[in-house]
Design a protein around this ligand. Sequence first.
Ligand code: FAD
Length: 377
Amino acid sequence: MSTARILIVGGGIAGVATARELACRGARDVLLLERDAALGTRATGRNAAILRSVMAEPAVRRASVAGSRFLRAPPPGFSPVPLVDPCGLLMVAGTTGRAELERWRAALAGELELRDLAPSAIRALAPHWRGAAEIGLFAPDEGRLHVPAILAAFERHARSGGVRFALGARVSRLRVEGARVTGVELADGSTLAAERVVLAAGAWSSALARAAGSPIELVAKRRHLAVTLPSARVDPRWPVVWSLDDEFYVRVDGHGLVACVCDQAIVPPDTDEIDPAVVARIAARLAELVPGGGGSVELARAWCGLRTFAADGDFVLGPDPMLAGLVWVGGLGGHGITASVAVARLAADWILDEHCDDELAVAFLPERLVRASGGAR
Ligand SMILES: Cc1cc2nc3c(=O)[nH]c(=O)nc-3n(C[C@H](O)[C@H](O)[C@H](O)COP(=O)(O)OP(=O)(O)OC[C@H]3O[C@@H](n4cnc5c(N)ncnc54)[C@H](O)[C@@H]3O)c2cc1C
């Protein structure tokens, strides 16, 4: 049997950011296992790449604000290219979302530059936006993320700190002795022993944990995105626009527009198929936005990915309540890239037994989910 002190299961942003954080803290003998032939091909490679910390959930917002700060101004030498394009994020609302926007603005006071925009200023800043927009909240420092560069930087720093990566290594089950996770079994039949197993397998974490006897459950929600063919009428400087009333967002991608209708069907984790009805809804909304589109657009491509959630929508970071030796880094929902650095810091605290009673660390503890369900599975 091979061994590693710390095994990380999953090579998406959660696993790779955690690997880098462990390396930065001098952890030795860390091995990351990814079943695919490359890192970051699941949720991490299929998201909308928006840097957004203007949101409702207080704990996730705090983690996102901290994560955004890092990505906007990483330490020297962290990445050869910028990780963020600060094209701005414009949250718009008609009558129904107004109160919500006002609450978010109050919660973010002093944390993030935010400007109130009147309808005329919204039209000037985002001429492509034609939905309801009686009030706008503009975050000039937020915008688009360069996800491949973020992932590559995490990987590079993890490797240079000694973390080993095994690709094409599918974990078939967690090994349990007594009430302790002592390693993993791989699909090829080999086993690996470890002091700590870190569960960063995104939508697939829940099934692995459940089979080992953990009470923690996460659900996978499918979300679609589509991008138009490039058009000279699309201005690459337009901000990301997010409409609260419509549950719709759109951002520029080169000279194309990427959009989402915020669909969230609960699906089994291996669901890869696109729902054509959702793509048709996105196309219809885009047709209203592309200037001179004449009521229709041609999509260059559409895809879907899985966002993984705990029942209360907060992240799931820390020790499993039933299984010693197992640490969760999951439930990152729709904010895993933005919050990645903050997530990895909290995760590493638990993995290395350096945890504190910080409010955020406590808010994300997996055991809250058992308490909330009255201890029942
Ligand atoms: C459509 C969409 C839009 C989004 N938009 C944004 C956005 O704009 N901004 C933002 O910050 N976030 C966004 N997100 C959220 C973000 O993408 C996720 O929170 C984040 O990628 C989750 O990372 P992860 O590492 O937990 O999961 P994943 O990226 O899914 O990684 C899990 C990894 O574990 C591996 N794995 C699974 N099972 C096993 C096994 N048994 N053995 C070995 N490896 C295994 C998988 O192959 C995978 O590589 C969006 C997500 C989606 C789907």
